[in-house]
Design a protein around this ligand. Structure first.
Ligand code: SAH
Length: 340
């Protein structure tokens, strides 16, 4: 029998297995809590008993990534991890320190299918989806390594989270669980390039997380050039799905908008962006384009003017700080690195 991934299981599911083994079900919570604390082997679960540890080891494996590389920003203390996964693949995560606590930016896939032209994560394409446990591990082991309590999570690393829907939903349940890391949904953001059907499915879950839409252009022509997915799901459809999400969950959407010189930073585009934001009551998060290798695209020189047009139109706008840019840990710079 092939071993199963116990860290992707909820306490209720572990209970069922224990029941089959004639073991008391209260052990499920203990096991789940050990896993959330980063136990790498059943032998560490000292209150579980040797015989049960052995039985569990026969049926399950415990994922635990190795830190293949760790870089610390000299500018702001941001830490970037390259994790080596169980099959030799690798993904990155980033921990940022703010006054209100530490935020981890996690990856959801090895590579990405979406092909956005400004994003390093799209280079090299998609390799595989991460399991729920592998997403959770990024939170657990970054916290343990830094001896820091992680208080916020952004699903803004490598991959398109809504393209790995079931595993991402499971990850959210695991990380939110009171017996586990217990991180509240309101402390979690999920960023998407805009898949309307999946946004609808997310809405049906009625979670209190923040949905961010990587908009990057308010007009279809520009957006399709930057984000090929826009040809399949035009921005109007995506915006309508976001509107439904907001109406039904009451959670404000945020738009991410990386300003690119001469591409999406005109006065007309600012006005159109403000209009889209007003329609949805959305918050606009402006990002200066971060450099990626072999790209003609440059950061905008029109940032101030762009902001002032948005503000005059009454839009709710902030400019995202560029943490960790000296270690290529900023938005869009994460990518799968070959395991060395
Ligand atoms: N696939 C999801 C999650 C990735 S989040 C999504 O598309 O939203 C990473 C964020 O960084 C996205 O908003 C993405 O559009 C943005 N980004 C990608 N490359 C960037 C770059 N070079 N400069 C600034 N932001 C970038």
């Amino acid at each position: 029998m092939e071993k199963a991934d116990i860290k992707s299981m909820l306490p209720g599911e572990i209970e069922k297995v224990l029941f089959e083994m004639n073991e008391p079900k209260f052990r499920a919570k203990q096991i789940f809590a050990w896993l959330a604390r980063g136990a790498k082997d059943f032998g560490e679960m000292t209150d579980v008993g040797r015989a049960l540890q052995e039985k569990l080891r026969e049926r399950f494996y415990i994922t635990s990534p190795e830190i293949q590389r760790r870089q610390v920003s000299k500018e702001d203390g941001t830490v970037k991890y390259l994790w080596r996964l169980i099959d030799g693949n690798a993904v990155e995560s980033v921990v940022m320190h703010y006054k209100h606590g530490s935020t981890v930016c996690v990856s959801s896939q090895v590579g990405c299918k979406m092909g956005c032209v400004f994003c390093a994560s799209a280079r090299g394409g998609w390799v595989r989806d991460l399991k729920a446990s592998e997403i959770l591990d990024q939170v657990i082991f970054a916290g343990l390594d830094l001896k820091t309590k992680i208080s916020n999570i952004v699903m803004m690393g490598i991959g398109e989270p809504l393209d790995n829907f079931e595993n991402v939903m499971r990850f959210l349940e695991l990380v939110n669980h009171p017996e586990g890391l217990n991180i509240g949904m309101r402390h979690i953001s999920l960023s998407t390039c805009g898949l309307p059907d999946m946004i609808d499915r997310l809405r049906e879950r009625n979670l209190q997380l923040t949905l961010s839409l990587s908009l990057h252009a308010p007009d279809g022509e520009t957006r399709s050039k930057l984000m090929p997915i826009n040809r399949r799901y035009p921005e109007e459809e995506v915006l309508r799905a976001c509107e439904r999400y907001f109406e039904s969950t009451g959670r404000r959407i945020s738009f991410e908008y990386a300003l690119i010189d001469g591409v999406n930073d005109s006065d007309r585009q600012a006005a159109k962006l403000a209009e889209a934001a007003r329609r949805l009551g959305a918050h606009i998060n402006l990002i200066q384009l971060n450099d990626i290798e072999n790209s003609q695209l440059r950061p905008s020189r029109n940032l101030k003017r762009f902001i002032s047009i948005l503000e005059e139109a009454g839009a709710n706008v902030t400019v995202r700080r560029r943490l960790g840019s000296d270690i290529e840990a900023a938005c869009g710079q994460l990518r799968k690195k070959a395991a060395q």
